[in-house]
Write a protein that binds this ligand. Structure first.
Ligand code: SAM
Length: 240
């Protein structure tokens, strides 16, 4: 899979996506990532990308033209590299809330183009012209779309083949099945007077699996009743 980002801060995105598991997966060729500078597509000598909002109000708005031209060029580059036309996602505070179901869905595309706003936002007309969808990473406002784009890229990439050592790496984790993950422990068996639950030391795989499922259900029920209700509906639907 390939993800491109259109941003005013490509170095910031490049840096984050060069580290750790994602950086290693890129170097091994399992995934591709490329950040593009929107400012390179301005038509004025000052390389200005923003202007005052029509109707007044404070702050500046990112203009449509540089974003549009940048995205069209990126789409051309991606297609020339042999990928499908990218699915275009604008990161906006007013977008659909990001969750694991969106991760799974976006991970099925061959290529994504994530577009980051800044200042007070983006001229609506370029969103109308280009966006296949808008995503928000939560009910709060960031200074720019870069952190949101990185959240989307990281959480989608980790579902791509070769990024984690095996699918169990994500299938058992929080949200994937609709439940929060059970508690995890590592060595030593006793730490600061706290012991590892004995069942995990028993070597009895069936009992361990049963305990983990119970813990995941209880954790989800007590911490996220909204998820728990959805999970119960899904399970009851499958069993009826
Ligand atoms: N005036 C906008 C509003 O009230 O919805 C907020 C603009 S924000 C300061 C600048 C940029 O940050 C946005 O264009 C968007 O790209 C990004 N952004 C802010 N909050 C976000 C969120 N929760 N999810 C995704 N992107 C966000």
């Amino acid at each position: 899979m390939r993800i491109d980002v259109a941003t005013l801060f490509p170095e910031m995105c490049e840096r984050v996506m060069s580290e750790s598991i994602i950086g290693r997966a890129r170097r091994r060729g399992h995934i591709e990532f490329c950040a593009h500078q929107i400012r390179d597509y301005t038509l004025n000598r000052q390389k200005q990308v923003d202007d005052y909002p029509y109707g007044g109000g404070h702050g500046m708005i990112m203009q449509a033209q540089p974003i549009y031209d940048c995205c069209q060029d990126v789409i051309r580059q991606v297609e020339q590299a042999g990928h499908a036309r990218p699915h275009v996602v604008f990161l906006t505070a007013a977008g659909q809330p990001w969750n694991e179901e969106h991760c799974k869905r976006l991970a099925t595309y061959d290529s994504l183009l994530l577009v980051c706003g800044h200042y007070e936002g983006i001229d609506e007309r370029v969103i109308e012209a280009l966006a296949d969808e808008e995503i928000s990473i939560g009910d709060y406002v960031l200074t720019g779309g870069e952190l949101a784009a990185l959240v989307v890229a990281d959480s989608v990439f980790r579902l791509c083949p070769g990024v984690l050592s095996s699918p169990e790496g994500y299938e058992e984790e929080s949200y994937y099945s609709g439940l929060l993950e059970y508690p995890q422990y590592s060595r030593p068996e006793e730490w600061n007077g706290r012991s590892v639950p004995p069942v995990l030391l028993s070597g009895h795989h069936e009992n361990i699996a049963k305990w983990r499922k119970e813990q995941a259900l209880e954790r989800t029920r007590s911490r996220r009743p909204d998820l728990y209700r959805e999970y119960q509906k899904k399970v009851n639907g499958e069993n009826s």
